[in-house]
Write a protein of this length. Sequence first.
Lengths: 155, 808
Amino acid sequence: MTSYTIYIPGEVDLQEILQSPLIWKEFQQRWAVGSPRLSDLLFGVDTMNKMIDISVDFELTDEQTANVSRAVRDIALGYVYIGDLAAVLQKQLGIEQKIASEIGGSALEILRPCMDEIKKIQLARFRNRIEQAATKPIDQPKQENTSNIINLRKP
Amino acid sequence: MRSKRIKTAIVALLLLAMLITPLASAQAGSWTDYVTGILKDAACATPLAILNLEGCVLPPLLSIVGTMVSWSAALLNWLLGASQALAAPDIIRSSWVIFRDFVNMFFILALIIMAFGTIFNVKNYTFKELFPRFLFSALLINFSLEIGVYVLRVANGLASVFLATIGDVGARLADGLLITKIASPEGLSGTAAAALKGVASGPGTAITMLAFLVFLIIILGTFLAASIFILARIVVIWFLLIVSPVAWFGYTLPSLRAETWSKWWKAFISWSFFLPTYLFFIMFASILLSAKKTVGLTVGGYDNTLAAGDYAKAFFEVIGLTDLLFFILVIIVLLGGIAASFKIGGLAANGAGAVMSFAHGRVKALPIFPTKGAGGKWVGRSIGDWEGGAKQLGSRILKSGIPPILPGVGKIPGILRALWTGQEGQEVAEKAVGQSLQSTLGYGNLAEGMKAEKAAIDHAREMLKHDPKFTEKLRDAKLKADLGEGTDLIDGFNRMNFETIAEYQELAAKGMLSPQALRAFGTKIGDRNSDAMKDVGEALAKSSFGGWKEEDISEFLKAKEDGPYDIKGMKGARKKGHEWLISDDGKRRMLGHESITLDVVNQMAKDYGPDSNEMRGALREIATKRADLAGEYKAIAKAKAEGRESATDAEVTTATQEVIEDKTEHELMSMSKIAFGQERFMQAVLGKLESLQSKVPMGEYEDKFDAGAMAKYVQGMRSAGASVTDFQEKMQDLTNALGKNRDELTVKIRNAEGRIEERSIHNYKEALDMAASEKKEWDIRRQIAADERRDDAKFARGTRGRGPRRTT
C-alpha cells in the first residue's frame, strides 16, 4: 500500500529527517521562518489531494511523486530556487523538459495560496539570482509582419 | 682642525682687504693723504722707522683698517637691503625648468620600483605605501619653485619689518662701535691725537694705539663675516631653488627621502630665515645702542689734564667706559647673532615638518561625497576616513589575507583568497613547515614546532570556515574521512597537511566525524601532534558527540588497553571528552547511560591524576547522577590505599551512602531510575529516601511526594519483580509530576486534522502521549483519505479518456 506521506510535502522524508539531529535542527530552523498558514498548506488535505491529482494525471511512480512533494516543500522552505523547479523535476524524475514544466506549473498551483510569503522566503535566500534574473533582458519574440505588405526580400 | 679654520678665515679676510683697499683708495682722499703724509715724513723715511711704532707704523695701519671697517659697514648695509629683496630671477627660473623636466623622467623609474616592490612585497615600497606620496610629489614638483619663492617671501617680509625698525644699519653700528671716534683721520688728529701726543714720549702710546687696532680688526671681522653670510645666502638660496625638484621627487622614495626632501627643506628654511633672525639681533643691538646716551659711566679720579705716562687716561680720553662696554656688547650680539640665526633657522626647518603634518591633517578632514545632514551640517566620509579605511583594509589584507567579502567588490572566490593568505598565514605556514620538519628530524625545538603547527592548523581552519564553498568542502571531507582517504595527506609537512587536519577538526565540530574516522585520524596523527588530536576531541565534545552512539562514546572515554582507542596521543582528546561527560550536556545525555561504568571513572583518574583537584571535581559531578560510580570508586581507592585490591560490598554501600548524603529527594528519584537494577546502589537510595521521611519539608510538592512512601513503593516494585523499563516509566511520571507551574504549561500540538493547537498539560509526557495519539489518528485518517482520493482520480481520468503520459 502506498503511504499517504508521499503526497504531503510536509510529511515526506519526515521520519528520515527526524533520525539525524543535525538535519532536523536545520529543518526546524527553516520551518520557523514560515507562518502557520504555510505550515498548514504543506500539511493540508487540499495539498494532498492536489498532489494525488498530479501523480495520477502524469502517471508518476511513488518515488517520482515523493520527489515532486520534496520539490514543493523545498521551494516553500527556500531550499530550492523557484526558477530551478522545472530543471530539478526534470533531473530528479528523469522526464522530458516539457512534461517537467507542466508538472512544475501544477506544483506551483499548490503553493499559490501562500505565494506572497514564499516569494519573501525566496528573496531572502536567492536575492542575487532573483536580481540577476530581473536585470537580464527578456528575449523579445520577433515581431511577425502583420500588415498586408509582403516582404519579398525575406527568404 | 679648529686652528686650520681660523687660519683660513684670516687669509680670506686679508684677501678681501686686499681686494677692497685699492678700490677704496681711489675715493678716500683724506685718509690716503694722511698716510702719505706720515710716510713722507723724514723721520719715517729711514729703515729704523719700523721701530717707531707710535709715530710711523701704527697710525697708517689704524687709518687703513678704520677705513676698511667703514666700507664693510656700507657693504653690510647694501647686502642687507639687497638680500631682503631677494627673489628668483629669470635665469634661476629657466634653470629650474630644465631641472624639473629632467627630474620628471625619474617618476617612471619610481613607478617601476613601486611595481617590483608590490610584486615582491618589499616593505615601504608597495603600491599602497608609495602611491599617495608619488601622487603628492608628481603634482607638487611643478610648483616647487613657487613654493620655495613663497617661503622666501615670507622670510624676506619678516626681514624688511626688522630692517625698517633699524633704519641705517651701517650708521647705527658705526656709532655703536666707535668707528667715528677711532678710525677717522679726523678722530685721530683731533682730541685723541692731542691726547696721544701728550704721552708720546713713552711706550704706552704704542700700546694704546695697538689696542685701538685690535678693536678695529674685530669690528672688521664681524662686519665681513656678516656680509659673507648674507652674500652666501643669496647664492645658496638660488641654488636650492634650482634643485628643488630633486627634493620633491625624493619625497616619493623612502631611501631618498632623508637625503633629499628632509635635507633640502632644512637647508632652505635655515638659509631663508637666517636673514630675519640675524636682523632681529641687529635690531636688538640697535635698541641697546640707542639707550647708550642714557648710561653715563666715567672713569673716576681722572681729570682732563694729561700727565706724562698716563696711558689709561689717554685711552679713556678717546673711548669712554660706556663706549667700551657697549662695544663689547655689540660685538657679542653681532657674532653670536650669526650662530644663533642658523640655529633658529634650523628649528624653523624642523617646524616645517610640523606644518606639513598640520596641512596633511587639514586635507584629511576634507569631506568626499558630502551630503547635508541634520541642521544643515555637511556630513560624509572624509578623505581621512577614506585614507584610514583604505589603510586599514590594506593592512588587514597584508596581515590576514584577502577577506571573503570585499566592500564594493563583493564575494571573493576561494581560489583568489588562497593566492594570498596574508603575512600571518604565510609566516605561520612557513614557520610551521620548517619547525615541524626540524623537530621531526630531531634537531629542532619540538614545543616550538608544535606551537607553530597549531597556529597553522587554526589558520587553515579559519580559512575553511570562511570559504564560500564551506558546505561542499565539508561534505567532501566527510566522504574522504569515512573512507579513511584524507589521512594519507597528513603525512607530509605541507599546507595540505594543515588543511586536512583543519577539515577533521571542523567535521568533529559539526558532529560529522564518525568513530572510525576519529580512530584513523588518531592513528595517523596522535603520536606526532597530540595538540591537533586534542582540538579534535574538544570539537567533538562541543558537538556533544553528534551522531555517535552512547556505546561508542563510552568506548572512547574508557580507552581500555588493546581497545579501539588505545592510541598514543589520544589523552588530550579523551580529557576533553571527560570534561564534556561531567558538563550539563554530557550528564544529560551520557552519564546516566548504562554503558558508563567504573572503567570510565578509572580512566578519568588515570588521565587527571587520582589525587588531583580535577578528579575531585569530576567525582562531585559524577555523584549528581551516578552516586554508585562515585561511591564505588571511592571505596576501591580507600581499599587500595590500605593495600587491598578491592573493596567489600558493605564498603561500597557505605561509600555510596556518603556520596548521596546531601542529595535532595528529586535527585534521589532521578538516581533511582538508574539504580533500580543495581542492588547495592538501590539499597543506598532507598535507605536515604527512608531517612528523608520524617525530616524533609516538602513545601509545594508535599501533597504529591512522600519520600518514605516512595521508598516503600520502589521496594514493592522490586519485590514484585518489575522490570527496569517499567520502573523507569513510573518514575518518569512521578518525576514529571514534581514540575512546578504544571497547570500553566501549554504546548503546541498538531491535531489529527493537521491543525496546530495549544493545549494545557500537566507534564511533558502527557504532551508526548497526546501528540503521539493525535499523530496516530492523523495517520489513519490521511491514509484512508489518500487511498479514496487516488481511486477517484484514477476513475475520473479514465472517464475523461485521456491517454497515458510518458514519464520516462
